[in-house]
Write a protein that binds this ligand. Structure first.
Ligand SMILES: *[C@@H]1O[C@H](CO)[C@@H](O)[C@H](O)[C@H]1NC(C)=O
Ligand SMILES: *[C@@H]1O[C@H](CO)[C@@H](O)[C@H](O)[C@H]1NC(C)=O
Ligand SMILES: *[C@@H]1O[C@H](CO)[C@@H](O)[C@H](O)[C@H]1NC(C)=O
Ligand SMILES: *[C@@H]1O[C@H](CO)[C@@H](O)[C@H](O)[C@H]1NC(C)=O
Length: 572
């Protein structure tokens, strides 16, 4: 059921593109009902033409089955159960739970085809706002027409999607063609038309579609039966029951009736199903991508930032929290950017300057020795924690990033207390006299996230993230603007500018009008393209406006009232 719904939705989206904003109302039996915006007078002729232009049929004003039978063939008849004979009432019953259609808001201004009701060809309409039931269409323009369509997806093959579509009237070749074309589709011939299956002009013509039948059988219906039901015996394939196929060189189409080996002569049947087909990519669009035809199905090649079978799911590049050290992530086309805190730099804010040291936080996990080698290779060393101040500093940065455990080196000469002789639990020094003197004890120090980033001893082969440290030197060349101080770490591969007050940006290139905060009291200052905005704290409910005084913004600036939220200073 949900699959059917998804398909109806996909199809609705497709037809909507050709007509503007038709609105789905309800599905009753196999018919999907829509209200379609209509240009001009609401006559029966115009309702019919509007539905046709939208690739649909016009339902009759009365449902048409059983006691509600009306015998018309120029409009859709459907079994509406016993709720009412009136089509609009039956739809209202589904939509709003009442047969009083004029009280059902979604049906507001909808007109239904009702020939013979009035001599001026008026369609029959209703108005929700006034509760008017039976508006004479000829008196109204630019309302909605009630339209309906039915189509069932069968299968896809060789770049085509196959459908059976309910037709109105005699199942002639001309009507099969018209029904498919009305739905914006092509129509397959009795033969697939590919290779030798295209040699007989009685069974195949170039006006109907041609597709590779993969050697199963020349007959389109048998090929489809094999796809759908696993056997070429099409008259035992229920999805093809009473489906009629275009049959060149004859005035009638060929139909299949479930359980009967003899085919049906189309002109002897009315209101059955036409076999139609559309290019795969036409029917199942890729919402944010390019559709490519395939043998069995299409594939969507998604644009940057989109994923999913139909490229309908946006990729949130910030979902993995790539920004470290408390940086703010912004999702962008094809990726993300990190807005890093003061004294922090790198694509992921992974490098931090702290007084005379730089720290670089890894985003990969390695065994201790390899992590150490990576730090050396970038001109640093595995972070050296000398005291609990160092430990707390690193812990605070790690926590702001990924909340992971990281390797750290220990200072030599400190006994790694915590190793135990598990017999009597007594503390043991790794440099105990009975141990071979070695620098290669296979126990390494980890800042362990599970115990508040305390150091713990772990086997060095374990893979963890790590922090590299580097001394800070002054830059060979000062690339910081506006008096910023230039610091260089990791062999000059990282430059961090410390900006003077009033400047911001990686190279202190941006004037920061909010630093120092020029707003009065404790109001928040926000930078804007053309100035700043001083916001009244939301807690202090502003009861008045009129914040602009002569001194609000200072010379060279214009003050602009922003209602009760605050004021802006605009360069002027
Ligand atoms: C085949 O279609 C006919 C006509 O709509 C219907 O009466 C019959 O029940 C259908 N048979 C099956 C097996 O679906
Ligand atoms: C074709 O592909 C679409 C999207 O990838 C999928 O929804 C649909 O079920 C596929 N159809 C078939 C017949 O495999
Ligand atoms: C680590 O970050 C670099 C860029 O800073 C990126 O290219 C790489 O894919 C990241 N690796 C992982 C495992 O996230
Ligand atoms: C870092 O600076 C300290 C103190 O100036 C110095 O002793 C040490 O050798 C430096 N380390 C490196 C790798 O440059």
């Amino acid at each position: 059921m949900s699959k059917l719904f998804a398909f109806i939705a996909a199809f609705a989206a497709w037809t909507a593109s050709s007509t503007g904003q038709q609105e789905y109302l309800s599905t009753i039996g196999e018919w999907n009902f829509y209200k379609v915006p209509t240009v001009g007078s609401m006559t029966n002729a115009n309702v019919k033409a509007t539905c046709e232009a939208a690739g649909m049929w016009n339902p009759c004003s009365s449902t048409g089955y059983g006691a509600c039978s009306h015998g018309r063939t120029d409009c859709v008849a459907f079994d509406g159960g016993s709720a009412s004979c009136r089509t609009l009432n039956v739809i209202s019953d589904r939509l709003c739970g009442t047969v009083e259609a004029h009280t059902c808001e979604p049906l507001d201004d909808t007109f239904v085809y009702y020939p013979g009701w009035r001599s001026d060809d008026s369609a029959f309409g209703l108005d929700y706002d006034t509760g008017h039931w039976g508006m004479t269409g000829a008196d109204y323009t630019d309302k909605y027409s009630l339209c309906a369509s039915h189509q069932e997806f069968l299968t896809t093959w060789d770049g085509w999607s196959f459908f059976r579509i309910r037709a109105l009237g005699s199942m002639s070749n001309a009507n099969i063609q018209a029904t498919c074309e009305r739905a914006g589709m092509s129509y397959p011939c009795w033969y697939t038309g590919h290779g030798s299956c295209g040699s007989s002009s009685s069974y195949w013509r170039s006006n109907c579609i041609k597709f590779d039948h993969a050697g199963v059988n020349c007959q389109t219906s048998r090929f489809l039966s094999n796809q759908l039901c696993g056997s070429t015996t099409d008259y035992y394939c229920q999805p093809l029951n009473y489906t009629f196929v275009y049959y060149p060189a004859h005035s009638y189409s060929h139909g299949i009736s479930y359980g009967s080996s003899s085919s049906l002569t189309g002109t002897s049947y009315n209101d059955m199903y036409a076999l139609c087909a559309a290019r795969q990519c036409q029917i199942s669009p890729c919402l944010h991508g390019t559709c490519v035809h395939g043998l069995k199905n299409f594939t969507c090649l998604c644009d940057d930032d989109w994923t999913g079978e139909h490229c309908d799911k946006v990729i949130d590049s910030c979902a993995s929290n790539p920004c470290m050290s408390g940086g703010t992530c912004t999702d962008e086309v094809g990726g993300y950017s990190c807005d890093c805190h003061l004294h922090t730099t790198g694509k992921n804010c992974e490098t931090v300057l702290h007084i005379d040291k730089c720290y670089h936080f890894s985003n990969d996990s390695l065994p201790y020795q390899e992590a150490s080698a990576v730090c050396n290779s970038i001109g640093g060393y595995l972070a050296d924690i000398k005291d609990s101040g160092d430990q707390q500093l690193l812990a605070s940065y790690i926590q702001l990033g990924h909340d992971v455990s990281t390797w750290t080196s220990t200072s030599t000469g400190v006994s790694p207390l915590g190793l135990c002789d598990c017999g009597d639990n007594s503390p043991l020094s790794a440099t105990a006299p009975w141990m071979q003197k070695t620098d290669n004890i296979d126990i390494c120090v980890l800042l362990d996230s599970s115990v508040g980033y305390m150091g713990t001893y772990q086997p060095c082969k374990e893979e963890h993230q790590y922090v590299c440290e580097s001394n800070v030197t002054s830059c060979q060349q000062n690339v910081c603007q506006n008096g910023g101080i230039c610091s260089s770490c990791f062999d000059d591969s990282t430059i961090i500018c410390t900006c003077l007050q009033g400047y911001t940006g990686a190279h202190c290139e941006t004037v920061n009008l909010c630093d120092p905060n020029p707003c009065p009291f404790d109001w928040t200052c926000e930078s804007q393209e053309d100035g700043i905005f001083c916001a009244v704290p939301s807690a202090a409910k502003a009861i008045s406006s009129g914040f602009c005084t002569a001194s609000s913004c200072g010379p060279g600036w214009n003050c602009r009232e922003e209602g009760s939220t605050g004021y802006s200073c605009i360069r002027g």
